[in-house]
Design a binder for this molecule. Structure first.
Ligand SMILES: Nc1ncnc2c1ncn2[C@@H]1O[C@H](COP(=O)(O)OP(=O)(O)OP(=O)(O)O)[C@@H](O)[C@H]1O
Ligand SMILES: [Mg+2]
Length: 269
């Protein structure tokens, strides 16, 4: 049986209107007909170049697009059109975003309090302790303010803050830069556990290698839309990938450098 469709984007367009000198209006479309779905029980990775619109799409789902953005297309959550009122209700509980960059932490609130969102629930406190252990955060890190945390620690605090909620849909925007491979894999492992509990997890990442090693499905974003939807097994060989951009990404993966160098030499001969 196919598992429940959690998120569905249909022909999403996001554009910005800018005013140039002489007050001329210019519209730039950054997301151009993006469609894909995610499912309960799955970890889906979304990879794409910097500036390809990955964070925009995450913010669109969360209803947090900047004021100068305009959006067209439809976003469905569990089969229902996700309207403004609904996302405002679900955001932060059923639908969660681990935002890109640690600046989203409240600078005036200690990290532990931030994760618990003021809750004194002993169960949540116990879970916080467990999550801190899992991410190798010392217990006293809960008493630190964001400016006292290193970049890697901030990232882990953000992830801890999101995972304590057990969301139905979790979008993690670049959750692993600044983390060593082992910790990055552990973070992905925790997302996998969330998926096994029934969540749908969408991980936005530059790290294709990590995506191939840990996700169920990989969406390759190019020029504002999904160029290819592939399974990790498709990345075993260049031939099983369809889009030229995905093939280029494949050749750029460190584990394929020797193969692509050989390919280039063959062509020279
Ligand atoms: N408020 C804004 N006004 C104008 N353009 C914007 C605004 N926010 C984002 N953009 C543009 O939209 C495009 C997509 O941005 P986005 O942040 O989604 O990229 P991304 O794929 O997440 O990149 P990265 O991998 O570097 O995080 C970029 O070209 C960016 O300059
Ligand atoms: Mg981004």
């Amino acid at each position: 049986m196919q598992s429940e469709k959690i998120l569905e984007l249909k022909e999403l367009h996001i554009s910005f209107t800018q005013y140039t000198r002489g007050l001329q209006r210019r519209t730039i479309e950054n997301v151009c007909g993006l469609s894909f779905s995610t499912y309960a029980g799955e970890v889906t990775a979304l990879v794409g170049a910097s500036g390809s619109g990955k964070s925009l799409l995450a913010h669109a789902v969360m209803g947090l697009l900047p004021y100068n953005a305009s959006m067209d297309g439809e976003i469905f959550y569990r089969g229902r059109l996700l309207e403004k009122e609904q996302i405002e209700q679900l955001r932060g509980s059923e639908i969660l975003l681990v935002p890109q960059g640690a600046s989203y932490l409240d600078p005036l609130m200690k990290s532990g309090a931030q994760i618990l969102k003021g809750s004194r629930d002993p169960q949540k406190k116990a879970k916080l302790k467990e999550i801190f252990q899992r991410y190798h955060l010392k217990e006293d890190a809960a008493a630190l303010y964001p400016f006292e945390l290193s970049g890697g620690m901030s990232r882990r605090v953000l992830i801890a803050a999101a995972t304590i909620e057990e969301p139905k849909l979790m979008i993690a925007d670049e959750p692993t830069p600044g983390l060593e491979k082992k910790t990055a894999k552990m973070v992905m492992g925790h997302f996998r556990e969330l998926a096994e509990m029934g969540s749908s997890v969408l991980v936005i990442t530059h790290d294709l290698e990590l995506a191939v090693e840990t996700a169920d499905r990989i969406l390759v974003m190019h020029e504002g839309r999904v160029a290819e939807e592939a399974f990790p097994a498709d990345f075993q060989a260049e031939e099983t990938l369809r889009h030229p951009y995905t093939k280029a990404l494949w050749r750029a993966m460190p584990s394929h450098w020797s193969v692509s160098a050989r390919g280039a030499n063959d062509e020279e001969r």
